[in-house]
Design a protein around this ligand. Structure first.
Ligand code: 4AZ
Length: 223
């Protein structure tokens, strides 16, 4: 139901960088994320292992291009909601990576009037079909219906360590003005930018009802 121009699919921080915050634990970069409302961030469930279970040690940096919150808006995390197949703060298992999505509630609504960096941090990667990506020399049937692959057969351009939880966006060709939709969450891959080992993304369209429910219920986890 998304109208997407294959050639223009891109992964990364485009548009306004501040729409895609960096998530830190104890001031150390862990993951990326995407703002979906003034209170809610989408990220990857595997970004929140047991050892990072203290919510007040997480911070959400907006508009920063480095690890330091210089000129960045910093938001705090009130709640993290995982998909039900992920128990809270249980270390993710690569065999059960098919629902690698989480939503974070912020303690305060974002106001969007802070500094926005204009440094582009993005890469363009075409979607690779499930049939190709499940081939024995690719990911040998590890790609489930809640994932998709994007990259190049030869490798060279990819998401990598630290990009997890960040966005895969694509231009919406139904819209007259240029609009981007969040289609994927950076999830996993074998290494980075290797031949026949493209990046694997959580397919956001499969989780829209789950995201809506999570945002409505806003149930609290420890912390
Ligand atoms: C990571 O560790 C990671 N090449 C993210 C994406 C990919 C590999 C690793 C895909 O955050």
């Amino acid at each position: 139901f998304f109208c997407v121009k294959q050639e223009e699919l891109s992964y990364g921080k485009k548009i306004k960088d501040a729409l895609f915050p960096c998530l830190q634990y104890d001031g150390v970069h862990q993951c990326g994320g995407s703002i979906i409302s003034n209170r809610w961030i989408v990220s990857a469930a595997h970004c929140f292992p047991k050892r990072y279970s203290f919510l007040n040690r997480w911070s959400v940096l907006l508009g920063s291009i480095s690890n330091k919150p210089v000129n960045a808006n910093v938001a705090e995390v009130k709640t993290i909601v995982y998909h039900s197949s992920y128990l809270p703060f249980v270390d993710a298992n690569i065999d059960d990576n098919s629902r690698d999505i989480a939503v974070l509630a912020l303690t305060q609504p974002l106001t969007f009037n802070g500094h926005l960096t204009d440094v582009l941090q993005e890469a363009h990667v075409p979607i690779i079909s499930d049939a190709v990506c499940n081939a024995p020399d690719y990911y040998d049937n590890q790609i489930t219906t809640t994932m998709f692959c994007a990259g190049y057969e030869k490798g060279g351009i990819d998401a990598c360590q630290g990009d997890s939880g960040g966005p895969f966006v694509a231009e919406d060709c139904l819209s007259k003005t240029s609009r981007y939709r969040l289609h994927g969450v950076v999830s996993w891959g074998t290494g980075c930018a290797m031949a026949k080992k493209p990046g694997v993304y959580t397919k956001v369209s499969r989780f829209l009802p789950w995201i809506s429910t999570a945002m409505r219920s806003n149930h609290n986890l420890p912390g």
